[in-house]
Design a protein around this ligand. Structure first.
Ligand code: SAM
Length: 229
């Protein structure tokens, strides 16, 4: 096997982390929204779940409080530190892993649910597909992947309007500055919704639903087929 010196360096933007962590150190009603999402996903006591790009750890904490065995995974030590404090304050037994979408360690077919929210856009498209296929391998047959991200719904000639609407939405609802929005467009890797769907199905997932809402938000529910069901 080739030495992996050509592998994408997930930590190459880690210098931005204190600024990003400060934005996410703001919890509003995120716990209620996380709990509702986990209920919608049918979370059961004893499930093994991973939240990859867990940020401040709200969803991971809620899942642990609902009785799941949770791995909270993030590339940013600053974010993981926030997640650890958040979980500890609520006496939630969350296990943290300092790793990324391309490097988290897992037992094949071990998770009942993997969640990744607003994280995949940190990877260019080829590497998104690599991450999706690692997630696929980590899930048990029949298990679900719940993915949310910032995606383009329009073709490039209509994107200007989408980006303006998304900037207004983020500034109004999420304490983002215009500079955060500009940095996302300039330096990160949001892609088209249809590219996400094609990559997800090509790695083997069944697309249960794809929902495009708010400006530039895509929510996908995927299932790993279970040949023996
Ligand atoms: C926009 S925040 C979203 C946090 C949380 N999931 C949420 O929805 O509030 C993106 C998170 O992804 C993390 N991240 C960035 N690149 C990553 C990678 N390659 N693998 C895992 N996490 C990554 C960042 O440190 C950050 O915590």
């Amino acid at each position: 096997m080739l030495a992996r010196d050509w592998y994408y360096n997930e930590r190459n933007r880690i210098g931005l982390e204190p600024a990003v962590a400060s934005i996410y150190d703001n919890f509003d009603d995120a716990d209620l929204r996380a709990r509702a999402a986990l209920k919608m996903l049918g979370l059961q006591r004893g499930w093994r779940i991973a939240d990859i790009g867990c940020g401040n750890g709200v969803l991971a904490t809620e899942a642990a409080l609902m009785g799941a065995e949770v791995d909270a995974i993030d590339i940013s030590p600053a974010m993981l530190a926030l997640a650890e404090i958040y979980a500890r304050d609520r006496k939630a037994p969350v296990r943290t892993q300092s790793a990324g979408l391309l490097s988290f360690t897992y037992q094949p077919e071990s998770y009942d649910l993997i969640v990744s929210e607003f994280t995949l856009h940190h990877l260019p498209d080829f590497w998104k597909a690599v991450a999706m296929s690692r997630i696929y391998r980590a899930l048990k047959p029949g298990a679900s992947f719940y993915l949310r991200d910032i995606v383009f719904v329009s073709m490039p000639d209509a994107c200007e309007r989408d980006v303006d609407q998304w900037a207004d939405f983020q500034i109004k609802n999420h304490d983002f500055s215009r500079e955060n929005v500009v940095a996302h467009m300039r330096d990160e890797y949001s892609t088209f919704g249809w590219v996400m769907e094609r990559m997800l199905t090509d790695v083997g997932f069944t697309l249960v639903s794809a929902d495009y809402h708010a400006p530039m938000h895509g929510t996908y529910l995927l299932r790993k087929p279970n040949p023996s069901a």
